[in-house]
Ligand binder design. Structure first.
Ligand SMILES: C[S@@+](CC[C@H](N)C(=O)[O-])C[C@H]1O[C@@H](n2cnc3c(N)ncnc32)[C@H](O)[C@@H]1O
Length: 274
């Protein structure tokens, strides 16, 4: 067999599609989110590689585990990818946005729970809000609060421009004060606000959550600081640790902590608990 090996640099800007290969401006590129060197084994000696060329991408062993996971997870939409880029270019703490893996996971949780009403504490740029709204049933709604009014224009534009805009109520304000005023019982809450007040956010959420409903709390491993003694005097670490202990000792709930990204704790309010 006439085999040609190509080493291509993959374009960070371009999106991975099912067939990995696409024609862009007469240049054939392998689409992947991260800059990587890939070896492409083409079964035909003819160049260029076409969309229908038989090829095998010998990439798995070159990837980090994180890249491998992303390559085998649903792609985010182009819209979300652009939002993620814009967030990282135009905001100081862009890494706060959920991003690809967590966004797909949140959407999956919503599809599993099928909530009618979802509350989010901490919208930031709207990445997680749009991701969750994508999974909502037709009559599902998301209320999302952002305390920092400097984010309003940026985030409102991105939410309003998304296909799921009709399902999202984006509100500037302190979720802990404002959400109880809605008079809504929630099926699911995503806690992603101030780490120092996670217990308050949790207790407020529990008071608005239906029996059997779910709370998902983000950042519960806090970059590993929860087990790092050098962060003992850090208030955000202390807030997360206190929250984790609080939930663990709470008989009203079941909980499981999963080590995705910065740690997610999935909490279920037991049915028939006051
Ligand atoms: C980690 S970011 C949220 C990221 C977003 N949920 C995502 O995953 O894309 C946390 C945000 O919560 C906001 N925040 C903190 N405390 C809040 C509160 N009590 N009510 C509403 N927003 C709050 C912060 O201003 C910040 O923008």
């Amino acid at each position: 067999m006439n085999v040609e090996l190509f080493s291509l640099r993959c374009d960070y800007e371009l999106r991975m599609k099912n067939d990995f290969c696409n024609k862009v401006n007469s240049t054939f590129v392998i689409q992947h989110r991260l800059w990587r060197q890939f070896n492409i084994r083409n079964s035909s000696s003819a160049l260029p590689i076409t969309r229908n060329s038989k090829f095998v991408i010998q990439h798995s062993k070159l990837m980090s585990l994180e890249e491998y996971i992303l390559a085998h997870t649903d792609a985010e939409s182009d819209y979300l990818h652009r939002l993620w880029r814009d967030t990282n270019i135009r905001t100081v703490h862009g890494r706060m946005a959920s991003g690809h893996l967590q966004g797909r996971m949140l959407r999956m949780f919503v599809e599993m729970i099928q909530p009618k009403n979802v509350l989010e504490i901490g919208t930031f740029s709207g990445y997680s809000a749009i991701s969750m709204a994508e999974g909502l049933p037709k009559d599902g709604r998301l209320w999302t609060y952002e305390i920092n009014d400097e984010m309003e224009t940026f985030t409102r534009n991105w939410i309003n421009g998304s296909e799921v805009a009709p399902k999202i109520n984006f509100i500037i304000g302190d979720a802990l004060e404002e959400a109880p005023k809605l008079g809504i019982t929630f099926d699911m809450v995503f806690i992603d606000g101030d780490k120092r007040t996670y217990i308050d956010a949790y207790e407020m959420s529990m008071s608005l959550l239906r029996e059997g409903g779910f709370i998902i709390a983000d950042n519960t491993l806090w970059d590993g600081h929860v087990v790092d003694a050098s962060y003992d005097n850090d208030r955000q670490t202390a807030g997360i640790e206190a929250f984790n202990d609080h939930v663990c000792q709470d008989d009203r709930v079941h909980q499981v902590m999963i080590p995705v990204r910065d740690g997610l704790t999935i909490i279920r309010k037991k049915p028939n608990v006051l």
